[in-house]
Design a binder for this molecule. Structure first.
Ligand code: GDP
Ligand code: MG
Length: 192
């Protein structure tokens, strides 16, 4: 049976807001400061905030996308500070069909912690959740993690992989869309 978030709910029951064929829930995880909130803001609003401002920590965002002639609402949950505990609650993962696991290519420590984030995800998420590994801040020169290291970690763990910049917007759309396309494929294959 389909999970609630991947259901084929034809339209918003309340009658307000645009109609959609599918609702995909995404969550964004990773260490504090890697750029999760900026990625969400860039994807949903097309904006970037340079200052480190905790108030940009919008907890939710959404955007409508089209796949295969279907309208899909991507509902995105930001961690908004909970990453300090590094153990996200089961409720946060409930119904999520996509996850963006983010590290900062200029901060090795955020890359070294990926394994812990993966354990957390594997323990709490549904089995076929699609995980996109993201090496963010690709616009910066001072890099501590090579592209190859990111790609290798992704390959070892069966994750998709992209380097992004929430600042320039590079690959941000692709990160969400590649994930959505895979979720859609899994859905057609009856995996949710
Ligand atoms: P979060 O704690 O993971 O939500 O991280 P934030 O989204 O709050 O970003 C942390 C800091 O990194 C902020 O000062 C952002 O302006 C900065 N930042 C985020 N993404 C990028 C990026 O792609 N490039 C650059 N240069 N800075 C970024
Ligand atoms: Mg944040």
């Amino acid at each position: 049976p389909m999970s609630e978030s991947a259901s084929s709910a034809k339209k918003d029951r309340e009658g307000d807001g645009p109609e959609y064929n599918y609702l995909f829930k995404y969550i964004i995880v990773g260490d504090a400061g890697v750029g999760k909130s900026c990625i969400l803001l860039q994807f949903t609003m097309g904006r970037f905030r340079a200052e480190h401002d905790m108030t940009i920590g919008v907890e939710f965002g959404h955007r409508f996308v089209e796949i295969d002639g279907q309208t899909i609402k991507l509902q995105i949950w930001d961690t908004a500070g909970q990453e300090a505990f590094r153990s996200i609650t089961r409720a946060y993962y409930r119904g999520a069909t996509g996850a963006l696991l983010v590290y900062d290519i200029t901060r090795r420590a955020s890359f070294d912690r990926l394994a812990e984030w993966l354990v957390d995800a594997r323990q709490n998420a549904q089995p076929n959740m699609v995980i996109m590994l993201i090496g963010n801040k690709s616009d910066l020169e001072r890099r501590e993690v090579s592209y190859e290291e990111g790609a290798w970690f992704a390959r070892q763990n069966g994750l998709f992989f992209l380097e992004t910049s929430a600042k320039t917007g590079q690959n941000v759309g692709s990160a969400f869309m590649d994930t959505a396309n895979q979720i859609y494929e899994n859905l057609q294959a009856g995996m949710f």
